[in-house]
Ligand binder design. Structure first.
Ligand code: IPE
Ligand code: IPE
Ligand code: MG
Length: 261
């Protein structure tokens, strides 16, 4: 085990540049756009459109709170099974978000990363994603990670396949594969695991969002539908996170002190 492996996840957290007591990495499963629209007898697209506004508010709040990484689930590998007009509406919104907001995000020192499968995306989307990443690559403020065409099982399978190919070709020793080697093959390589994952709309499941990375994440579920999410909701979720005690398989701090004395 090398030095980095020996550090506890908590120690890693203390050395990041996030604001005091703020989770370093917040993930959000932005759910409930369709129900928000249905409650108002509006088309689902209107819910998605208002969802983009909630995303803008949330990014602004994350910058102000000095959160280091914000990962938002915007389109899952399984969302392709939705009606074609809804899928193309969602693609249009992503394109518009990047075209309209890239300059503003860049001027706010935001670094954009996109995680998910790029192969097979519509031809007008791939280059936009690459441009957003390239333009903001050297920014040092909030890292905004957009999970787009993302599926956690697919990500794990791709990593396993890549390692199997390397082993078959004699480039790596299968016995030497550990968590660090594996993580280097994930879309999230270099990004710390999420400390807090928020899911809106009352659903309590992860729907294929970061299954590897969420091994020790804290979850906060809120009934608020995504288009209604705002700074107050984010702050509330962080408050809840602060009340949690993370143990990472160890024992509570108070119990550990008792054992030591
Ligand atoms: C989340 O809202 C947006 C995406 C999954 C792209 P939904 O569209 O899932 O909204 P509900 O769950 O139907 O209300
Ligand atoms: C998860 O929401 C995907 C995103 C928020 C992008 P879904 O609405 O697709 O999840 P399920 O189908 O309710 O599990
Ligand atoms: Mg949903």
């Amino acid at each position: 085990m090398d030095e980095a492996d020996k550090r506890s996840p908590l120690a890693a957290r203390e050395t990041t540049r996030a604001g005091a007591d703020v989770p370093t990495h917040v993930g959000i499963i932005m759910d409930g756009n369709g129900r928000w629209a249905a409650q108002r007898s509006l088309p689902r697209f209107e819910g998605h459109r208002r969802g983009v506004e909630a995303l803008r508010r949330t990014v602004r709040a994350a910058i102000d709170l000095r959160i280091a990484y914000l990962t938002v689930y915007s389109f899952s590998s399984e969302n392709w099974t939705r009606p074609p007009d809804e899928v193309s509406g969602l693609m249009g919104l992503l394109k518009r978000f990047i075209r309209n907001d890239l300059a503003d995000l860049h001027s706010n020192n935001v670094r954009i990363r996109i995680i998910g499968e790029r192969a097979g995306l519509p031809l007008d989307i791939g280059p936009l994603l690459t441009e957003a990443e390239d333009v903001t690559r050297d920014n040092t403020g909030l890292s905004l990670v957009i999970a787009f065409n993302y599926g956690g099982r697919q990500e794990i399978l791709a990593a396993a396949r890549a390692l199997a190919l390397d082993a078959a070709a004699g480039r790596i020793d299968p016995a030497a594969i550990d968590a660090r080697t594996f993580e280097r093959r994930l879309f999230t390589t270099g990004i710390p695991d999420p400390d807090l994952i928020i899911r809106t709309s009352g659903e309590q499941r992860i729907s294929n969002f970061l299954p590897w990375q969420a091994a020790y994440s804290e979850f906060v579920f809120t009934p608020v539908l995504w288009p209604d999410f705002d700074r107050g909701c984010l702050e509330q979720a962080i408050e809840e996170f602060r009340r949690r005690e993370r143990r990472f398989g160890g024992v509570a701090v108070a119990a550990a002190q008792k054992t030591a004395s």
